[in-house]
Design a protein around this ligand. Sequence first.
Ligand code: C5P
Length: 318
Amino acid sequence: MRGYVLLAPAKINLYLEILGDRPDGYHEMAMVLQSVALADRVEVRANGAERFQVSCNHPQVPSDPSNLAYRAAMLLAQAFPEPFYQFGGAHITIDKQIPVGAGLAGGSANAAAVLVGLDLMWNLGLTQSELQDLGAQLGSDIPFCVSGGTAIATGRGEQLAPLPDLDHLHVLLAKYRSLSVSTPWAYQTYRQQFGDSYIREGDRLQQRRSAIHAGPMMGAIASRDGRAMGSLLRNDLEKVVLPAPDYAKVAALKQALLEQDSLGVMMSGSGPTVFALADSADQAMHLKQAIQQQLADPDLDLWVTRFCASGIQLSESL
Ligand code: C5P
């Protein structure tokens, strides 16, 4: 087999609560993650060599070994040296549709696609959870990107519990092209400002982790109630990103979206993408036009997309 083309969907956070610190330096999280149809196209093509190459049509995406997709390939080659030498490496071509540095897990989605593509190319027959365990070694969002859909994520974000599909909802994504947020900066700043409110007792941490499984957001999701979900959106990282002088435009964007008719508005992940939920494609298109007219900023990119029920999807065999 010469290779595969995979679709790697973006994710948004419907809920992001920071519970406390972890001994590994990360944060203990309670999140609800959702895949959306906006996706990168990742081609993993056998190159007949004992190495990997990465190319991408986006100037901000590195082609060197710092690329998460490259690191995913190297991780798999180290874990499975025999198939690597037998079948060889790959040329990984990323057609970027997901904005970069946006809080939409675009890099993680690319890495997840490489794991799935090489698993197929090398006939490894790994299970989804084996792929997710490998992905977790490289980034907290990669396990979710493999399986996608709607899920509760706890731990670092890698402990997943799937939820019923919500593919009836639509979403407007809004991001200033010139802005990006460093995820480590967002979490470090949060720790500096709110670290004294972190939960430190194991029992209480466990209680809060369990609470997300039984809380009102789960009720809204179970009953597919978009309006209730919209009113329950939460993202603790907004508390550090939106007040930062560098991101004043993001706070104003969120405010402008809140003044329009939608089911709810929130920043995704560490930002700076802001999303608005809609219960129809028409409502999302209307929101897009209204915000385009109101803000009239050529630096503002807008996408209308919808919730999607899957993670990495095989699109083509080469
Ligand atoms: O896991 P990932 O590489 O995506 O995380 C990027 C950064 O975000 C980490 O280096 C860490 O600073 C922060 N982070 C965290 N707690 C998490 C996930 C990420 O502090 N649960």
